[in-house]
Each structure stands twice: as structure tokens, then as C-alpha cells.
Design a protein around this ligand. Structure first.
Ligand SMILES: NC(=O)c1ccc[n+]([C@@H]2O[C@H](COP(=O)([O-])OP(=O)(O)OC[C@H]3O[C@@H](n4cnc5c(N)ncnc54)[C@H](O)[C@@H]3O)[C@@H](O)[C@H]2O)c1
Length: 279
């Protein structure tokens, strides 16, 4: 706790969706919060929602190491310490494997994987400096359930995040660290994720092909029909921090089913649909 008795959280990608809901949850628990986001307009609107809670917004692009450092330093400058860091910023793009431009692949990996990696590398020593704390990494059910067609960059990035989070947590435990990792891996959640390409840097070509558009629109419809409220997800994150649980699985049954399916694939040596008839 800082001198005023507050715990302090930093949330990347905190201007919208799950990140914003986590910020709101932390504020409701009396924590001080610093939100980082690449989208300045959304960041200003988000911070205005918390007028009396002293939430600070910092324009920070997680693909830039210096931005992540400056974001965390702002929390220390303003509130004296950091207890929780949420490596949450993420983007998605979809399309047929060969139609997704290399630049779009790189963008998704830069934000979803290297952005998490950078945030974790800044967060672990920072949290240790203040006696330990919690690193919440936002992965996805897509990290468990591969085999989602037209989503290869996103699925690959979230599988990489799963590997990073698991290995890091095991390493921290084996070293006796007071930093704990939590992997949030939701299925559909209502947010602006389907419009993630709004944040694609100039030079990332977005395929406007009709088939791809139809896929994205179908994805949007499913997400708004099936999606959980981001607030429900944020509450589970808060409980996982309290209870020191590694996995935060808002769609627990789907995650377990996905892992069973994977085990089946491993045991049978095939991905369903990949075997040529008669072979
Ligand atoms: N919504 C879902 O169904 C769902 C499911 C599983 C996982 N997730 C994950 O949840 C996380 C949050 O996404 P969301 O659903 O709230 O979407 P969202 O688009 O509402 O929020 C994502 C936020 O990240 C910000 N952002 C994008 N690029 C950034 C960058 N380079 N640096 C800093 N901020 C950046 C965006 O401006 C936005 O405010 C992502 O990691 C996403 O992959 C979402």
C-alpha cells in the first residue's frame, strides 16, 4: 500500500473493453489506477469517467519499450508504488492465411505477444521493487482452442502468450519470487475488439475482400450475442488476484473442452478434418 493506504494498478489497453472494466473494478476496490492506451481520444473519455477517483491516463503504445517504462514510472511518481500490472492490450485481424499481409501478421504479434513480453519484463522487477505483486496477462481461449479458421495471427499470438505466462509463473515460483502471474483467457466478451483494426499503424494493409468482411461481421454478431459483459470478466480477475489463481477462465467449460479436444488430436495424431478421406 502507498502512504495513503491505496494499492496501485497499471492497465495497458485500458481505454476500452476488458481493460477499462478492470480499471473500473480496481477503482471500486479503492485502488489507484493508471491506464495506458494507444488511442488518445478513447483514453481521455475513459479517464473522464473516473473524475473523482484520481485515475491517470497515459498514452502508451505497448510495442514501444520506452512507452511502457514511462507508463509504469508515472504510477510510481503519482502514487508511490505499483501492486498490479495488467498486460492487456491486444488486437486482432482475420482473413485467409495467405491473404493476411505480412505487415498485419507482424502488427498482431508486436501488440499481442511482444507487447505482453515488454510489459512483463518491465513489470516483474518493478513489482519486486515494491515487495511483490500481481501480473495479469490477457490471453484468450484462442490460446487453448487452436483450429479457428481465418484467425491464424490471433490464435498464434495468444498461444505464444499462454506459453510465456505459464513458463514465467513456473520460473517465478521456482525462484521464490513474490510476483504472481495470472493468465486471463476469455472466450467472447463484449468490447471493441472486432474493430481492433482501428489501431493498425499506417502501412498495415487491411484486406477488404468480401469473404473476409463477411467472416468478420459474423464474428461481430456472435461476439455481441454470446459475449460476456467485460465487468463480469474484471470481477473474476480481481478474485484470481485475491486467491492467487493462475488461470482466469470466464468460459471455463469451453476451455476444458478445448483442451480435451487437443488431447484427442495428440492421441490420434490428427487435427479433425485434416485426414484425406480413405487415408
Ligand atoms: N473481446 C473478446 O472477446 C476477447 C476474448 C479473448 C481475449 N480478449 C483479449 O482481451 C484484451 C482486451 O481486448 P478487448 O476485447 O477489451 O478489446 P478492445 O478493443 O475493446 O480493447 C483493447 C484496447 O487495447 C488498445 N490497444 C490496441 N493496440 C494497442 C497498443 N499497441 N498499445 C496500447 N494499447 C493498445 C485499444 O486502443 C483498446 O483500448 C486483448 O488482449 C484481447 O485479445 C478479448
Amino acid at each position: 500500500m502507498n502512504e495513503e493506504g491505496h494499492r496501485v494498478a497499471v492497465v495497458t489497453g485500458g481505454a476500452s473493453g476488458i481493460g477499462l472494466a478492470m480499471a473500473r473494478q480496481f477503482v471500486s476496490e479503492g485502488m489507484k489506477v493508471v491506464i495506458g492506451d494507444v488511442e488518445s481520444g478513447a483514453l481521455d473519455i475513459a479517464v473522464r469517467q473516473f473524475q473523482d477517483a484520481g485515475v491517470i491516463g497515459v498514452r502508451a503504445d505497448v510495442t514501444r519499450h520506452d512507452d511502457v517504462v514511462a507508463l509504469c514510472e508515472e504510477a510510481v511518481r503519482a502514487f508511490g508504488r505499483v501492486d498490479v500490472v495488467c498486460a492487456n492490450a491486444g488486437v486482432e485481424t482475420g482473413g485467409r492465411f495467405l491473404d493476411v499481409a505480412t505487415e498485419a501478421w507482424r502488427w498482431v504479434m508486436e501488440v499481442n505477444y511482444f507487447g505482453v513480453l515488454t510489459t512483463a519484463r518491465v513489470a516483474v522487477p518493478l513489482l519486486e521493487r515494491f515487495g511483490g505483486g500481481d501480473l495479469v496477462i490477457t490471453g484468450s481461449l484462442a490460446g487453448f482452442a487452436s483450429g479457428t479458421p481465418f484467425m491464424t495471427p490471433y490464435c498464434a499470438s495468444k498461444m505464444a502468450v499462454l506459453g510465456l505466462a505459464e513458463c514465467l509463473e513456473i520460473e517465478l515460483r521456482s525462484c521464490g519470487s513474490a510476483v504472481h502471474v495470472h493468465l486471463l483467457a476469455p472466450g467472447p466478451v463484449r468490447s471493441r475488439m472486432i474493430d481492433a483494426e482501428r489501431n493498425a499503424p499506417a502501412g498495415v494493409p487491411i484486406d477488404e475482400d468480401a469473404e473476409r468482411r463477411a467472416f468478420m461481421e459474423d464474428f461481430r454478431a456472435r461476439q455481441s450475442a454470446e459475449g460476456l459483459p467485460a465487468e463480469d470478466v474484471a470481477l473474476l480477475v480481481s478474485r484470481a488476484i485475491r486467491d492467487r489463481e493462475f488461470f482466469v477462465l470466464p468460459h471455463h467449460d469451453r476451455a476444458v473442452a478445448a483442451l480435451r479436444r487437443r488431447l484427442d488430436w495428440v492421441e490420434n495424431g490428427v487435427v479433425p478434418g485434416s485426414r484425406v478421406a480413405g487415408s
